[in-house]
Design a protein around this ligand. Structure first.
Ligand code: T4K
Length: 395
């Protein structure tokens, strides 16, 4: 650990860690399991088109999510696009400005207009109030795409009631929330459908990949028909044909990742607990905790940095950590209302989103982050806080 601020890499010292420590899960299967699954694919000479592994994966997903249909898709971005197409959405869709660019861009790709709303400062997610405020600006909106940020579900009851009252469709970007519950009920069963991501940085990893979960059989069938001519159960009419196929290689990786899922969640839970014990009381840091009493994948270690109380601002903190090979992520900067192509038209103020874009930092977690690495990050963040004034003077 650093003895003085002169030891910080940002001032010319050696980095704390030898190799970069990324944010994200990076859960990899065992070589033996991988080889066995790959051999099966080569033996069958069947690589894609909703093969036996994709079918097995979908069945297991349905069991875990407690949902009738889990339609696997190339990735979550394509999943959102195909789901919205299959739902027959038109015109404007209310979507939070504080989320991954993929959420809104998936709508833009299919000609829908993302109409941004602000988020709740405590949960970072959309709420009935923030959606209602956006509906005042966009009374012609036809639907709401909520995002279960950091694995904590939105107020699905409130949003469901609002949607019913206003005749809106509601669906959810659940890219962060695989294996989580809300009120004891599995995420994957809310709204018209929910879309998960199985990117390498997510707790369930099929390299790239995702699925659309829904209890609406007709909607699922339209998504299957959109996804590919293979894997359909019934032939139903869809507006255009797409390719959102999920390959056997993705399914193999996903199945192996499912085998490790419980252990990965347990490790994540320990890491978050360690961060909470080590950083929970540091002035100017607020940790975003998993919702109490819910099942949670605990995949994200997310904090808000209050520059005045912590001593330096989030950007400076991320820069110092980066030089020490701790790759913290500044989420999701800038807000989507300030990003091209959306910023080309006048956008309303999103004060909470703008504030979070200045404050929110994601610290490393996942399979590359054991107790030793977590303690290194904690020790360094505490050191930076304790020496913030001196660092500020020297910078
Ligand atoms: N909705 C939400 C709310 C989302 O957060 C996302 C994606 C989506 C929708 C769309 O889901 P997908 O269409 O991707 O299924 C990353 C991820 O690519 C993306 O999945 C994620 N959210 C987004 C927030 O972050 P990048 O491009 O900034 O990260 P990337 O891929 O460069 O990886 C981050 C770090 O991990 C790097 O330091 C390198 C390291 N890494 C990455 C990969 C892929 C590895 O060490 N090994 C690897 O295999 O977007």
């Amino acid at each position: 650990m650093k003895k003085s601020i002169d030891d910080l890499a940002v001032f010319g010292g050696g980095p704390l860690l030898e190799k970069p420590l990324p944010v994200g899960q990076m859960n990899m299967p065992s070589w033996e399991g991988f080889r066995e699954r790959m051999q099966g694919i080569l033996d069958r000479r069947y690589y894609t088109n909703h093969g036996v592994l994709a079918q097995e994966f979908e069945e297991r997903l349905c069991g875990i999510l407690k949902v009738r249909n889990a339609v696997t898709i190339t990735n979550a971005t394509i999943g959102i696009s195909l789901a919205a197409l299959a739902m027959g959405m038109k015109g404007k869709v209310i979507v939070p400005a504080f989320t991954s660019a993929a959420t809104a861009q998936a709508l833009e790709w299919i000609g829908l207009e993302p109409a941004f709303c602000d988020v709740n400062p405590f949960t970072h997610a959309v709420s009935v109030e923030t959606v209602e405020a956006a509906l005042e600006r966009h009374p012609d909106a036809t639907g709401v795409l909520g995002v279960h940020l950091w694995g904590n579900a939105c107020d699905t009851e409130g949003l469901g009631e609002l949607a019913k009252r206003r005749g809106l469709s509601v669906f959810y970007d659940a890219a962060h929330a695989f294996g989580c519950t809300h009120g004891g009920r599995s995420v994957g069963t809310f709204g018209d459908c929910e879309i998960f991501s199985f990117h390498a940085t997510k707790v369930l990893n099929s390299c790239e990949g995702g699925c659309v979960a829904t209890n609406d059989d007709d909607l699922a069938e339209r998504i299957r028909n959109l996804r590919s001519s293979y894997g359909r159960r019934r032939d139903v009419e869809v507006p255009v044909n797409a390719n959102g196929r999920f390959s056997e290689f993705q399914a193999a990786f996903g199945l192996l990742s499912l085998d490790d899922f419980e252990a990965n969640c347990a490790r994540n839970t320990e890491t978050l607990e360690r961060y909470r014990n080590g950083l929970g009381e540091v002035p100017g840091l607020r940790m975003i905790l998993p919702d109490a009493g819910e099942r949670h994948n605990c995949q994200y270690a997310v904090f808000e940095v209050d520059a005045d109380r912590f001593g330096i601002d989030r950007d400076h903190l991320a820069d110092i950590l980066g030089q020490e090979n701790i790759l913290a992520r500044k989420c999701f900067t800038p807000g989507l209302h300030r990003c091209v192509p959306f910023s080309r038209v006048p956008q309303p103020d999103m004060p909470v989103t703008d504030d979070l874009c200045r404050k929110v930092i994601q610290l490393p977690s996942g399979s590359m982050v054991g107790p030793r690495e977590t303690d290194s990050v904690i020790g360094l963040v505490r050191f930076i806080h304790e020496n913030a004034q001196a660092i500020g003077r020297k910078a």
